[in-house]
Design a protein around this ligand. Structure first.
Ligand code: PLP
Length: 439
């Protein structure tokens, strides 16, 4: 009998008691390859000795100092590290405890920026249907996943949604990649014009769509066009890289591969690799200055923002990734993972698409490859795949459901950056068996 309200109120969960490298262990002695990093969190795997040492050292020095009274050396060092590696123009950092908090803060920064510069009439946020930005009310309003949103709709601020750039589902027959990218980005301009360009605050998007569509990267120059549209209308671009950022796609920030920089960027999961809850917003100098030269403060804050233990985890994880050249392993193992997935599932009757970047890969499952018809949502395929995978000692992240008319069942893979070739082979082998058993 448990007194915890778990995510699934009636599910019996295995009890995790340990972790080492890419594996977690439960109380009954079973081991699980963490091929999803939880939910794209554990980028260094489990029990990394250098991160543990950094955490112990910080705990010995000081666990907590409220940011209303002090800054700390460890938080300043993390901010310096993040700015040194940030996309051009993002030269300030706001430290929080996770992804949803980062998204909430970014939305409020964007709104306060326009208040500070004398454009308080700007009030609309535009986001995308195939997206997830977190579960707190502002972030939930921004996300497009109806399954998560529907019962809370009366509590959500109004947000306007366009389609994500989702080639497999939304590119039309006969349409070139460039034409599709232009059409998908064009939805943003049409929506801005409809709402009135001087009334829009920001456009929010995941650079690579994560949990809601399964590692869907944009095509061609989609984000270059999005950047141009935002600039043309004075709209801020917020990229949510909570899941796809911090090295997961093979570059530190996913948007580096799209050749653009946002005005605000949210990061979390891989920032601290799960060793502590930590997230951040990276913001541009002009947004920072609107506060520093305007009212003098950003009207927001949480008790645990800039927590020294969280900053120590973020700093240690990021230093290990740099020191050990792990982004090169993300690229190499990402290519190997993709090749193995293509080999195993390329001709599978129920795999419609394999896509992703780096160690962030998605497999989309369909009832019929030709028509791309999806499975009946009542089949609960995602739950069955998770169960079958866990029975084979494998953690993957299967999601499913109808997302504003676009239905998809997919499995997300996001293993630790330290994964080795033979372990990738093992993951694909077990996944193949789990999917076939679940179908
Ligand atoms: N944004 C994206 C893109 C995410 O994938 C998530 C979580 O999955 C969040 C925000 C919310 O992060 P958290 O669960 O840390 O609040």
């Amino acid at each position: 009998m448990t007194h915890i309200l778990h995510r699934a109120a009636n599910a019996a969960m295995p009890v995790a008691v340990g972790g080492r490298g890419i594996e977690l262990f439960d109380r009954d002695g079973r081991s699980y390859i963490d091929a999803s990093g939880g939910a794209a969190v554990s980028c260094l795997g489990h029990g990394h000795p250098d991160v543990l040492a950094a955490l112990h050292a910080q705990l010995d020095r000081m666990a907590y100092a409220h940011t209303g009274f002090f800054t700390t050396e460890v938080a300043e060092r993390l901010a310096d590290r993040l700015v040194a590696d940030a996309p051009a123009g993002l030269d300030h950092v706001y430290l929080v405890s996770g992804g949803s908090e980062a998204v909430e803060a970014a939305l409020k920064m964007a709104r306060q920026y326009f208040v500070e510069i004398g454009q308080p009439q700007r009030r609309h946020v535009i986001a995308r249907r195939q997206s997830y930005h977190g579960n707190t009310l502002g972030a939930l309003a921004t996300g497009g996943n109806e399954w998560r949103r529907s019962q809370f709709r009366p509590l959500l601020i109004e947000t306007h949604h366009i389609d994500a750039c989702y080639e497999y589902r939304l590119r039309e027959t006969g349409e070139s990649e460039a034409e599709y990218a232009a059409r998908a980005a064009g939805q943003l301009e049409a929506t801005i014009l409809e709402l009135g360009p001087d009334r829009v605050i920001a456009f929010v998007a995941e650079t690579v769509v994560g949990a809601t569509a399964g590692a869907v990267p944009p095509v061609g120059d989609y984000f270059k066009r999005i950047r141009e549209i935002c600039d043309r209308h004075g709209v801020l671009l917020i990229l949510d890289e909570v899941m796809c950022g911090m090295g997961r796609t093979g570059t530190l920030h996913a948007c580096e591969q799209d050749g653009i920089a946002p005005d605000l960027m949210t990061i979390a999961k891989g920032l601290g690799g799960g060793y502590q809850p930590v997230g951040a917003v990276l913001l541009s100098g002009r947004i920072f200055e609107s506060f520093s030269k305007g009212s003098g403060f950003f009207q927001h804050g949480h008790t645990y923002m800039g927590h020294p233990m969280a900053a120590a985890a973020g700093l240690a994880v990021q230093e290990v990734i740099r020191r050990d050249g792990l982004l090169a392993n993300v690229v190499a193992m990402g290519e190997h993972l993709r090749a193995r997935l293509e080999q195993r599932f390329g001709n599978h009757p129920h795999v419609g698409d394999i896509r992703g970047r780096g160690l962030f890969q998605g497999v989309e499952l369909v009832a019929d490859r030709l028509t791309k018809a999806s499975f009946d949502p009542k089949s609960r395929l995602n739950a069955a795949i998770k169960r079958e995978a866990m029975a084979r000692g494998l953690m993957v992240y299967p999601m499913g459901g109808t997302i504003d008319g676009v239905r998809g069942d997919h499995v997300l893979l996001a293993p630790p950056f330290i994964i080795e070739r033979h372990q990738v082979d093992d993951v694909v082998e077990r996944l193949g068996e789990a999917i076939d058993a679940a179908l």
